[in-house]
Design a binder for this molecule. Structure first.
Ligand SMILES: Cc1cc2nc3c(=O)[nH]c(=O)nc-3n(C[C@H](O)[C@H](O)[C@H](O)COP(=O)(O)OP(=O)(O)OC[C@H]3O[C@@H](n4cnc5c(N)ncnc54)[C@H](O)[C@@H]3O)c2cc1C
Length: 510
């Protein structure tokens, strides 16, 4: 076993500071945590939409929702609104929450499918409280009491990524993590086994650079993978034959209207555009495939689709969708962009940072590791990335758009066997297979399948045992009851104003 007394984290973006905060809070005095980052090297600076797991992450640190929202000028996110994805003009919401009610062990969507075939049912989203709240820009906190209707949805945050990293930095340092601001100029490997012994920082003020040793190194240095790739040459699995988008322009704009309680993602000719509402501004970006659109055109699309005043210049980012072949190689674990990136459509990057950190805590139980521990980390990380990859590919594969080369290629591309099986099984009998290490469960897959009108040819035969007229009435009542609940829920804007608004010069929330 390799004993771990000191972990050195390289990088102080969202990944680095989340890791430092959580690992120091967890291991306390058992393991020392040192974080090295360089104020001379910028963080990626985007990453503003999250999924509900982020809340578990900071709850574990003892932080409360409203305090985190104030610290990060956040708004609430009930889901994602997909516009123009299935066809131009189409729209649906992928909510964080359940659809309808199961009956006598039969999943709700089978009842809906039967009535859909008979044209006696509304859109699937109208049976989800989360989707309906999001659609009407309403927000209230869910109730943690299963019989209550208000327990069937969940929520996440839209936050300022830099402010969140700052919050994590303060927390990590309060917990006792050590911070070194210096640029690493070399990674020093053991001559025989190739493990990382230390990193050397740049000389400053006529002083030689420091050599910082560690037992375990966590590479949070971003896309470059300073340790995992540049030093250890771990290799990268490139998934750009399935996920064509490899570039983005991001820009911040002045917020003028009330913030919606959802992220907006609108499909474009060779990718898609996001709009993320924060309290004080909007985050916008156009993610596109450089194979199908030039940079100038992509930047033009972004600019033309934003009516508000820009607060920054559009900034270009490039990435290769995929993952590091081994997230843990020798005594180095990659977390965040250093481990891989799968484009931000479903806001999964920060969630993958979080699960990476959870796995470190779970597997370093005895403050030591061997190859078995490394293999377990790598196997589960690979599965997690593959599950997210499949979910993302579905958004492209299921499109009916044929108005550009990009979308035609998406429709005809071959897809991973795991996704093909999942799609075929759903088509055959309405069953959504749940693989190990899925980040998205049944309701999320149903949201995308139904949103893209990718529906099974059949439904659970037991549904035919229910009286059809009564079923029709019950579904109508369910829809009406959700509509009634929504009437009493405050507007998202009012919720923020009342509970967690931060006032500064040019923000919309007053
Ligand atoms: C276009 C786009 C949109 C995105 N949107 C979302 C989203 O909505 N939701 C989401 O969950 N995720 C999103 N992401 C991903 C998200 O931005 C990242 O997962 C997150 O910011 C973590 O980045 P990081 O900390 O791994 O890397 P970075 O932010 O790049 O940080 C790298 C750190 O390494 C340090 N460093 C590098 N080299 C050295 C060196 N030689 N010496 C010392 N320090 C060094 C830097 O100083 C910096 O502190 C998006 C990403 C992109 C590209």
């Amino acid at each position: 076993m390799n004993h771990v007394k000191k972990i050195v984290i390289v990088g102080g973006g969202t990944a680095g500071w989340m890791a430092a905060a959580s690992l120091k809070h967890h291991f306390k005095q058992a393991i020392g945590i040192v974080l090295i980052d360089s104020s001379a090297i910028a963080t990626v600076g985007v990453g503003e939409a999250t999924i509900p797991t982020i809340r578990n992450f900071y709850h574990q640190l003892g932080l409360h929702d409203l305090d985190v929202m104030r610290a990060t000028k956040a708004t609430c996110k009930l889901g994602i609104q997909f516009n123009d994805w299935h066809t131009k003009g189409s729209s649906f919401i992928h909510p964080f929450g359940l659809y309808g009610q199961n009956l006598q062990g039969i999943e709700f969507h089978h009842f809906w499918l039967k009535m859909k075939q008979k044209n006696k049912v509304a859109d699937f989203g109208q049976y989800s409280l989360g989707a309906m709240l999001a659609q009407h820009n309403k927000f209230t906190l869910p109730v943690n009491n299963p019989p209550s209707t208000l327990s069937v949805f969940d929520w996440a945050l839209h936050f300022d990524a830099n402010l969140f990293a700052e919050l994590m930095r303060k927390f990590a340092i309060e917990q006792g993590a050590t911070h070194i601001d210096a640029t690493i100029v070399s990674v020093n490997l053991h001559a025989e086994n190739g493990w990382i012994e230390s990193v050397t920082t740049q000389a400053r003020d006529n002083k030689a650079g420091d050599i910082i040793e560690g037992d375990l190194f966590v590479d949070c240095s971003g896309f470059r993978g300073l340790l995992i790739e540049e030093a250890l040459h771990t290799g990268y699995e490139d998934w750009s034959h399935w996920l064509f988008c490899d570039s983005a322009f991001a820009v911040q704009s002045r917020a003028t209207d009330a913030p919606p309680s959802h992220t907006k993602v609108t499909a474009q000719a060779a990718g898609w555009q996001w709009k993320i509402p924060l309290q004080h501004r909007n985050g916008n970006g156009h993610v596109y495939s450089s194979r199908f659109m030039s940079d100038d055109e992509a930047c033009g699309v972004l600019i033309n689709n934003i009516q508000e005043e820009f607060l920054t210049e559009p900034r270009k980012l490039m990435f290769t969708p995929g993952r590091r072949k081994k997230a843990w190689n020798k005594n180095c674990i990659a977390i965040g962009l250093a481990a891989g990136f799968l484009e931000p459509l479903e806001s999964t990057s920060i969630a993958l940072i979080q699960t990476g950190i959870e796995k470190i805590k779970g597997l370093l139980l005895c403050a030591s590791f061997n190859q078995t521990v490394i293999d377990e980390f790598n196997e589960t990380t690979a599965l997690e990335y593959e599950r997210v990859r499949d979910f993302l590919i579905l958004h492209y594969k299921a499109t009916a758009r044929d108005d550009s080369e990009f979308w035609r290629c998406c429709q005809t591309m071959t897809i991973p066997d795991t996704l093909r099986h999942k799609m075929e099984l759903f088509k055959a009998c309405g069953h959504v297979v749940n693989y190990r290490w899925e980040m998205f469960n049944l309701p999320s897959w149903l949201a995308i399948f139904t949103g893209f009108n990718y529906l099974p040819d059949a439904y659970n035969v037991l549904v035919d045992g229910f009286d059809e007229k009564k079923l029709e009435i019950d579904l109508e009542k369910m829809k009406e009851s959700l509509a009634n609940i929504i009437k009493d829920v405050p507007q998202h804007h009012d919720f923020i104003t009342q509970y967690c608004a931060v006032v500064d010069d040019h923000q919309r929330i007053k």
